[in-house]
Design a protein around this ligand. Structure first.
Ligand SMILES: Nc1ccn([C@@H]2O[C@H](COP(=O)(O)OP(=O)(O)OP(=O)(O)O)[C@@H](O)[C@H]2O)c(=O)n1
Ligand SMILES: C[C@](O)(CO)[C@H](O)COP(=O)(O)O
Length: 224
């Protein structure tokens, strides 16, 4: 079986509001994207790594790789307007059959254990996505301005890697973009796939706001 990892890093990080896109911010002196790629390269299934980057950042990434002696083999692919289009570009670069994990570049703390478990479960079930139960109470805000409690036991917070049979995900991504496509599972579900959940990891945070960098730095320090 052939394994692939599409690492999507084509975003601009508008919520972070930093001058450098968040995937390049330094964690313990190294761009956080390098930790993400390293996590996949440590997987014993030896996935082929496809990195999706905005075309205007390809040469900057080359410079970073040179400056940090980063030599993990990976193919760089042009990003798209939305995450959806970036994933689609990554999928286009895969010609063979196999299992593909799609992962946010900005989740650098993903463990190799979760990556391996994702590939194994997707191989058996056709797909799988990690989720964790919310620790806060949750409410739904309605259009009329009122709100109501939801049972958090019925909810899961979805992470990446989201892992699929290549052919199934390629077929799912043939539809035009819809706003509700916030991840790969929503695209696959729209095409009729039943999504399988696996246990995610509390440390597998998505770097979105500045304070997430501080949290990530603490987790990283604890791993040393
Ligand atoms: N056109 C896009 C948009 C997002 N992503 C990637 O998808 C992941 C999750 O997206 P998000 O956290 O929203 O990143 P940004 O779009 O960069 O951030 P923001 O929404 O705050 O602008 C990130 O690794 C991001 O680089 C991508 O590959 N292509
Ligand atoms: C894919 C994702 O990380 C799953 O939680 C999430 O949907 C990405 O959302 P974003 O708004 O693009 O950060």
């Amino acid at each position: 079986m052939k394994y692939y990892a599409i690492i999507v890093a084509g975003g601009s990080g508008s919520r972070m509001q930093s001058s450098v896109a968040k995937q390049f911010l330094l964690l313990d002196g190294k761009p956080l994207l390098m930790y993400t790629i390293a996590a996949f390269s440590q997987c014993p299934l030896n996935p082929q790594i496809l990195l999706v980057l905005n075309i205007h950042q390809h040469s900057y990434w080359e410079e970073l790789c040179f400056a940090h002696n980063f030599d993990i083999p990976h193919q760089v692919i042009k990003g798209g307007e939305q995450r959806f289009h970036s994933v689609k570009n990554g999928l286009k670069a895969i010609t063979g059959k196999g299992i593909v994990a799609v992962h946010d570049a900005v989740r650098p703390l993903v463990s190799s254990e979760l990556i391996l478990r994702s590939y194994r479960n997707a191989e058996e079930l056709g797909n799988c996505i990690p989720g964790i139960t919310p620790s806060d109470s949750v409410r739904r805000v309605l259009n009329d301005g009122t709100n109501e409690a939801l049972s958090r036991n019925e909810l899961t917070l979805v992470q990446t890697p989201q892992t699929f049979n290549v052919d199934v995900l390629k077929k799912a991504y043939q539809v035009p973009f819809r706003n509700e496509f916030t991840d790969d599972a929503s695209v696959a579900e729209y095409s009729g796939q039943r999504i399988h959940l696996i246990e995610g990891e509390r440390e597998n945070i998505k770097i979105t706001y500045h304070e997430d960098m501080e949290i990530a730095a603490i987790f990283m320090k604890n791993r040393k």
